[in-house]
Design a protein around this ligand. Structure first.
Ligand code: GLU
Length: 268
């Protein structure tokens, strides 16, 4: 391991964490993991890095909060569950970040924000202002009022646009898998982790399987799509296993972990 000082190569970092990493199979929040995540992000912030968190988990948290069974839900049900769960998640983040002296600001967005120039500019200035105030923006899709036409279709895609909106230096996707493998590691024990992707071509896309767990919406394919969006905009993306969020320290200290997708032009 390198020294304990963080690298300044990536000053503004967007960290995305998905439902399957934030919650247990019961649907309830994994408090231990969330506490670790908040401690690590707070430390990064103290070291002078700028952090934006894209957090899923609203539908799952809402389901468990209402004591409902985890099963396939209608869109209308999910919209209402997200409204309940979003409060639950933000209450926890607000309290935990405050423990370390940090203030959070919630931003809920829909895809029409990135499709509309003036709304895009508004979102951009809000992020800049929040970061300027020293806050940690916490972002989710505004699921309660989104319909198909204005949905990102999952927080992997959302996180790539958030990275663009706030002009991040790096996008980190904390997943329930170590990174991108050349075949599905759950089926093939010889599957090999791909450490560096210079370009997302057809051979890379072919490595992605279908959708992931039942509780989130993202699989590897949506992560690759997010990497395509971010890297095309000049922002590198890294997929890491979020099982232990302390892995973020290692990345910021310059160690190679997970799969790194180079930004367009980065290796030129
Ligand atoms: N926005 C959804 C939620 O908070 C999650 C979307 C996703 O899993 O990517 O529950």
């Amino acid at each position: 391991m390198t020294n304990m000082e963080y690298s300044v190569k990536h000053k503004r970092i967007v960290v995305k964490i998905g439902t399957s990493t934030l919650t247990y199979a019961t649907g309830k929040l994994n408090i231990r993991r969330i506490e670790t995540l908040v401690r690590v992000l707070s430390d990064m912030r103290n070291a002078g890095l700028e952090v934006v968190l894209v957090s899923s988990g609203a539908v799952s948290a809402g389901t468990s909060r209402l004591g409902l069974e985890i099963t396939k839900r209608t869109v209308e049900e999910k919209q209402a569950l997200a409204a309940v769960g979003q409060c639950e998640i933000m209450r926890l983040y607000e309290r935990l970040f405050a423990t370390y002296g940090h203030t959070v600001g919630q931003i809920l967005i829909t895809k029409d924000v990135v499709d509309n120039e003036s709304r895009f500019a508004l979102a951009k200035s809000t992020f800049a202002q929040l970061i300027g105030f020293g806050c940690i923006p916490i972002v989710n899709e505004n699921d309660s009022v989104s319909f198909e036409g204005i949905k990102f279709g999952g927080n992997d895609t959302l996180s790539a646009y958030v990275a663009i909106i706030c002009e991040a230096d790096l996008l980190i996707n904390l997943s329930d898998i170590d990174g991108l493998y050349d075949s599905d590691p759950r089926k093939n024990k010889n599957a090999r982790l791909i450490e560096h992707v210079a370009e997302i071509d057809d051979s890379i896309l072919a490595c992605a399987g279908g959708v992931g767990s039942d509780r989130g919406t993202g699989g590897m394919l949506t992560k690759l799509k997010a990497a395509q969006i971010a890297t095309a905009a000049g922002i590198p993306m890294q997929i890491l296993n979020g099982r232990d969020p302390r892995v973020l320290h290692r990345v910021i200290e310059g160690e190679h972990v997970g799969t790194y997708f180079a930004a367009k032009g980065e290796n030129a």
